[in-house]
Design a protein around this ligand. Structure first.
Ligand code: SF4
Length: 246
């Protein structure tokens, strides 16, 4: 899936940030200043064209994950955000998916012509635990947004989503990756999946995480491919109503 990382760097704000992959990947490359937010060389990527005049970024349209190495609503990027909104508006053929842990500071950072939301923007509010859900989801649900997702990732406990699911297009659940991953338990996923099903909201298990616990047994899944493959298997089993995925 194509990404558009228009600024890079972020500051940790909640439990889900503990093992942030931006810090992890920067650290791997010997960098220790991931808390500094910088505009990237890709800032204008959606506008760039090749010699044939075709857009370089998904010329045939489609989904673009936006600002995946920072947070779109971080205050450090206030000077650049209006330009980013202008770029987003200029590519109505793309669906920009903005994943944020800073939904509580989004309202004043929406563009003046936002109205009920841009057709080509999906906002995904991340909630990793119940504290984050109680803080962020009432704010999220009160904002005018045309397409809205809830990302429970990294899932750190069973999150009670039931009262927040009206108007949500999809819930996506994922365990934590990386060698310091915290556990993700099968029963949390199962309960949350069933809550979504009762409310008629699609629930997608995108990965089980690197430390997955089921029936008292811990499974180490260091390989992302295996995590994703196991998640697909779990998804199929949950959808079929059969819950033993060992
Ligand atoms: S908000 Fe996201 S990018 Fe920023 S520190 Fe937390 S996990 Fe990392």
């Amino acid at each position: 899936m194509p990404n558009w990382n228009l600024w890079h760097g972020c500051r940790k704000i909640s439990a889900g940030c503990q093992n942030c992959y931006v810090y992890r990947i920067d650290g791997f490359h010997g960098k220790s200043d991931s808390f500094i937010v910088r505009r990237t060389a890709d800032f204008s990527l959606p506008l760039k064209k090749d010699r044939s005049g075709n857009y370089k970024l998904t010329p045939d349209g489609g989904l673009v994950y936006t600002c995946m190495t920072s947070d779109f609503f971080i205050e450090d990027a206030d000077l650049w955000r209006q330009e980013a909104w202008d770029i987003i508006k200029s590519r109505p053929d793309l669906d920009f998916c903005i994943v944020t842990k800073r939904i509580t500071q989004a309202e004043s950072r929406l563009p003046a012509d936002w109205g009920e939301g841009y057709d080509n923007v999906t906002i995904a509010c991340t909630v990793e635990n119940n504290a984050a859900a109680r803080l962020r989801l009432p704010v999220f649900n009160a904002l005018p947004i045309k397409h809205r997702l809830i990302f429970c990732s990294p899932l750190l406990e069973q999150v009670e989503l039931g009262e927040y699911l009206d108007g949500i297009d999809e819930v996506s659940i994922g365990g934590e990756s990386g060698e310091n991953a915290r556990e993700c338990r099968w029963e949390w996923i199962e309960e949350m999946f069933n809550t979504c099903r009762e409310k008629g909201v699609p629930c997608y298990i995108h990965q089980l995480g690197a430390k997955f616990v089921k029936d008292g047994r811990t499974y180490r899944l260091p390989n992302r491919k295996v995590q994703h493959w196991q998640a697909r298997k779990a998804q199929d089993l949950l959808e079929s109503g059969y819950t033993d995925n060992k």
